[in-house]
Design a protein around this ligand. Structure first.
Ligand code: HMG
Ligand code: MG
Length: 298
């Protein structure tokens, strides 16, 4: 299984109180130290829209990168892409929505306009040898429109694949999906894009993320996005919880005998460190259990 850690981006983008550059850098470096191999470090979006990500370029400048680790950043358009490249990013993530209303709320344009913009980014990335990952949002529901038809998900995923995204992450932005629906969605998209190219990205609003992950693994999914301590949400999907906690995902995979290369106890410590900065309790059940065990053995 491949785990893509999105906590420093998806996790922190929704935090209203400022998080220092130093805290972000130490979060990313800490995650890499415990065995994370793929990390989305931040985004190059408008600071007016997402103030928390305004300092992503400084974060990337200060980061001590470890060879072999994939550090990426989210970009919405060519302007963001150019800035990411200036910061030495070798991989960008682009994003589009399967729901028209969410597209307008999140990036102020229609789905078609966003795909047109992203094609320009993808072409530019190809010319410069930069890997591109794609996200489809609202694959199992939209905060504004409710149900999202599967053909809309297939259409956007297909468009991102045709642009050259090496991997397409299917995002349940509001964490509303349940296992059978998640399986049906993956099966529908897999008719168009090889399963090996698909990833899943479940927010845990309704407590279904791990169940959905397992259900989609049964259908052949091998790449999962997660967020340390269950951080996050999207500022334009009000009320949506963070992604599945990386600790919970690693605990489940460890228990199933599936290798991740991540040290769970050390990962939980990295989660505790960022939650201390944020002044809140983790939402990771595994991290809470580890803390309770450590307390008992003291
Ligand atoms: P806009 O206002 O329509 O942009 O925003 P514009 O092109 O009209 O330009 C307006 C101003 O924005 C200009 O500055 C541009 O320079 C600036 P001004 O002249 O007014 O000073 N601008 C930028 N600044 C920095 N970086 C840029 C950039 N582009 C333009 N890249 C825009 C359009 C896309 C920029 C805006 O809507 C935006 O930044 N949206 C981002 C929203 C966001 O980050 N959402 C969260 C990430 S998506 C997510 O979480 C879902 C995901 O996790 C998957 C899932 O869970 O489903 C990926
Ligand atoms: Mg997300």
């Amino acid at each position: 299984m491949k785990i893509v850690e999105v906590g420093p981006r998806d996790g922190l983008q929704n935090e209203s109180r400022p998080v220092s550059v130093e805290a972000k850098v130490s979060l990313i470096e800490g995650l890499v130290q415990v065995g994370i191999q793929n990390v989305e470090c931040g985004s190059f979006v408008s600071a007016k829209w997402v103030p928390q990500m305004a300092e992503t370029s400084t974060v990337l400048a200060k980061l001590r990168r470890v060879s072999g680790v994939r550090y990426s950043a989210l970009v919405p358009n060519l302007q963001g892409f150019e800035e990411a490249v200036r910061c030495g990013v070798e991989e960008v993530a682009i994003f589009a929505s399967a729901s028209e209303s969410f597209s307008r709320k999140n990036i102020n344009c229609s789905i078609q306009e966003s795909l047109d913009r992203l094609r320009v980014v993808a072409n530019e990335a190809k010319a410069r040898g930069i890997r591109v990952r794609g996200y489809v949002s609202c694959v199992l529901g939209c905060p504004y429109e409710g149900e999202v038809p599967l053909p809309a998900v297939e259409h956007v995923a297909g468009a991102l694949a045709e642009m050259g995204c090496y991997e397409i992450s299917l995002g349940d932005t509001i964490g509303i999906g349940t296992p059978r629906k998640a399986q049906a969605m993956v099966e529908a998209v897999a008719q168009r894009i090889p399963l090996k190219q698909l990833a899943v990205h479940f927010h845990d609003t309704w407590g279904q993320a791990l169940a959905n992950i397992l259900a989609t693994m049964e259908k052949g999914i091998e790449v999962v996005d997660s967020s340390v301590a269950g951080l996050g949400g999207c500022p334009y999907a009000v009320g949506a919880a963070g992604n599945v906690a990386t600790e919970d995902l690693v605990y489940m995979l460890d228990g199933m005998g599936i290798e991740t290369g991540i040290d769970l106890a050390k990962l939980a410590a990295a989660g505790r460190a960022i939650m201390k900065v944020l002044g809140r309790e983790t939402t990771s059940k595994a991290a809470l259990a580890i803390a309770a065990c450590e307390k008992r053995s003291d």
